[in-house]
Design a protein around this ligand. Structure first.
Ligand code: ZN
Length: 157
């Protein structure tokens, strides 16, 4: 009885070694939620397909791999969501996602909108009203007579 268990375990180890040690497999890791792939380990050169269907409205997604030597092909399918394919390199690869709510306040896109400098209208530099003249001396802009009502300067001819 003991012997058969030993043989069984040896057989399991052999099978594991044959299937696992023959070709080195590398891990497909996820940085973020929502990724799905048929396998978590791939041999180098194998085509890896990853699905991502955790898609919310009004959200911008950017996907990335943690390495520069692999080119990520991005596709979109209505039934699967995002589909990524790449060739497994000879090292572990992490695929990640950065999501951003596109409805959120974006200081970059919104700059200059809604926060225009408040008009500092204190009488100077503002255009004169109809029939009024701006005093070149003091800047008073509501003069109607022949002399500046602020500083008394004579109106230019
Ligand atoms: Zn004046």
């Amino acid at each position: 009885m003991k012997k058969s268990i030993f043989l069984f375990l040896t057989g399991v180890l052999l099978i594991m070694c044959l299937s696992g040690c023959g070709k080195t497999k590398y891990n497909l890791l996820y940085d973020g939620y929502g990724f799905e792939s048929k396998k978590t380990k791939y041999t180098a050169g194998e085509t890896v397909t990853v699905y991502y269907d955790l898609i919310a409205t009004d959200t911008d997604y950017s996907f990335f791999l943690d390495c520069d030597d692999v080119s990520l092909k991005q596709d979109y399918d209505n039934s699967h969501g995002y589909i990524f394919t790449f060739t497994m390199p000879d090292h572990d690869v992490t695929i990640g996602v950065k999501s951003r709510n596109s409805m959120e306040y974006d200081p970059g896109a919104m700059s200059g909108y809604g926060n225009e400098p408040e008009s500092t209208d204190d009488g100077t530099d503002a255009p004169a009203g109809e029939g009024m003249w701006v005093c070149p001396e003091c800047g008073y802009n509501a003069n109607t007579g022949g002399f500046c009502s602020n500083c008394g300067r004579k109106k230019d001819a």
